[in-house]
Design a protein around this ligand. Structure first.
Ligand code: NAP
Length: 266
């Protein structure tokens, strides 16, 4: 699929505002590029830790000054999440958000000495804590501070990128303890948020999404294990996921869905 010029979203009947977190690079940046081509998108907020260093995002902002707004956010820091959502609220000037996509995640971090564990003996408190803080606490904080901004009377989507390896029933290989555990906990967070929100807002759909193996910095050390035809570009992955998002109905809330729309068992 050539995602760069395709239009994906007709599930929103009037112009909407979107917030993408993890927008500096990878799949999050690809979402930003594609959303800017969507006629239904009014304003896009692009959350990342260091907006001034996100060069491609800044170039896009220069060309789309009234639609694209980089926002500083660190999902591991509650104060930062609260401040960002306050900033979004001020910019929106009473308009709601209708689409939130959380793309923040990590699998390895050379500077911190983090690499996914091959065996139990490699498990470390620091890697597990960092993984849980970003993947599990991060999505909860994002939901906590964005819920007041979500539209109440019209269709809204809160989607957070998980990974198939976070499925407990799909786990056949083991390893990658911290990533798997934190993504499984992320999935429980999504299910819980979906249950709570469905009581108050019948128009909201809250889902966990698996993008498929995608050529980004996150997967770079492991791409040699993946057949080329099974490795998506970030543009492809974002396009597939926008197609999935476009099909979502309120009864899908609380599901874990792959890039092709298939339900992944917990
Ligand atoms: N790529 C794959 O094959 C694959 C497969 C399955 C699932 N996924 C999931 O898809 C999501 C996106 O992955 P990707 O491949 O696009 O990774 P990526 O290219 O490495 O991008 C990760 C993004 O997360 C952001 N981030 C990291 N820590 C953050 C924090 N504390 N607060 C806010 N943002 C933070 C990064 O921002 P900075 O620039 O500030 O670091 C970056 O924008 C992740 O959740 C990942 O687990 C990816």
């Amino acid at each position: 699929m050539n995602g760069s010029k395709a239009l994906y979203l007709n599930c929103f009947t009037s112009p909407i505002n979107a917030f993408i977190v993890g927008a500096s690079r990878g799949i999050g940046l690809a979402f930003i590029k594609q959303l800017l081509q969507e006629p239904c998108i009014n304003q896009v907020f692009a959350g990342c830790r260091s907006p001034s260093e996100a060069r491609t995002l800044n170039d896009l902002t220069v060309n789309n000054p009234s639609r694209l707004h980089p926002i500083q956010i660190d999902l591991t820091d509650e104060h930062s999440v609260q401040k960002s959502l306050n900033h979004v609220k001020q910019q929106l000037n009473c308009q709601p958000l209708s689409l939130i996509i959380n793309c923040a995640g990590f699998l390895h971090n050379e500077r911190a000495g983090f690499f996914p564990e091959k065996k139990l003996a490699e498990v470390s408190p620091a890697l597990l804590q960092s993984s849980l803080t970003l993947h599990t606490l991060g999505v909860l904080l994002l939901a906590k501070y964005s819920e007041a901004l979500l539209a109440r009377q019209t269709h809204t989507v809160f989607a957070s990128l998980s990974a198939r390896v976070g499925s407990i029933s799909d786990n056949r290989l083991g390893g990658w303890y911290s990533y798997r555990v934190s993504k499984a906990a992320h999935n429980m967070a999504i299910k819980n948020i979906a249950i709570e929100w469905s009581r108050r807002n019948k128009h909201n759909v809250c889902v966990a999404l698996h993008p498929g193996s995608t050529a980004t910095e996150l997967s770079a050390p492991f791409q040699h294990n993946i057949a080329p035809h099974k490795l998506f570009s970030a543009t492809q992955a974002a396009g597939y996921l926008l197609s999935v998002i476009n099909q979502l109905r309120p009864e899908d809330t609380g599901k874990f869905l792959a890039w092709d729309g298939q339900v992944i068992p917990w």
